[in-house]
Design a binder for this molecule. Sequence first.
Ligand SMILES: Nc1nc2c(ncn2[C@@H]2O[C@H](COP(=O)(O)OP(=O)(O)OP(=O)(O)O)[C@@H](O)[C@H]2O)c(=O)[nH]1
Ligand SMILES: [Mg+2]
Length: 285
Amino acid sequence: MLSTMNPSYMPASCGATIGPRQTNRRGGPQPELALVIPTLCEAQNIRALLKQVCACLDPLGTSFEILVVDDDSHDRTGEIVASIAREDSRVRLLTRKGQRGLSGAILHGWEHTVAEILAAMDADLQHPPELLPAMFASILAGRDLVLASRYVKDGDLGSWSPARKLLSRIAAMATRPIQRAGLIARDPLSGFFMVRRECLGETQFQRSGFKLLLEILVRARIQSVEEIPLIFSRRSHGVSKANLKVAWDFVRLLAGLYAGRFELTDWSRPRRLIAWSLQRRQQNP
Ligand SMILES: Nc1nc2c(ncn2[C@@H]2O[C@H](COP(=O)(O)OP(=O)(O)OP(=O)(O)O)[C@@H](O)[C@H]2O)c(=O)[nH]1
Ligand SMILES: [Mg+2]
């Protein structure tokens, strides 16, 4: 049974909805699928990634567009994408100036497309584009949301250090009590996912931070989720943007979601949280 989450814990000024949809400014067939790739200094990766993504999406026979949302990278990422976009009208560059935040960049891209199926993936070649056809097929088969997961059978965290693997597992575990019964995703912190626009509705999402998928799982009107195994590759070019601020943003997001889930606006009712967790353990052993 799904419940509509109370979004009141978050002031409207720090959130964003996906609608209203904007028209495709470049004309041509309306895309059915829009893939947003957020970039911050990914000049060494973006050309190869765009080529691989097109090669994977072309055979699907669907109209698609790829929106690269670049936060004014100083390494010419934007110029490279602009030159590719001049040759291929399915590629679009959206440049944000004076802004940062992976979640906000994805939302910005989704706000600038009319597509009904929305997707996001990283630009650093850690997410294999070969998974896109299976993800698309899952949505066409009726799933509301499909994510590439490192925590299902045949998925893997790859060559991360043991400490980072442990932190990642702890972070994923910490989301369990706020996820919905019967819809618990094992890898709610994945950055590679696809979702139906209609499920996002008027929900306001946080623009700061890295973990949009978690917020969608907790607060959007998702009724079915599929996880497809992802073997996380190593970043071979460019620099990771995961840092202490990203970790802090995650803690804040988690605190806000817990507060919204259990109406713990003053953290004065921990018994409600404990009772809920025990009930969930019985429902999802
Ligand atoms: N537009 C935009 N993109 C961002 C921002 N921060 C990160 N990105 C992009 O988001 C994606 C994920 O960032 P990464 O640095 O790879 O983070 P990560 O995958 O968690 O960390 P690593 O495993 O160390 O690579 C990449 O495509 C980045 O370029 C941002 O503030 N704005
Ligand atoms: Mg990465």
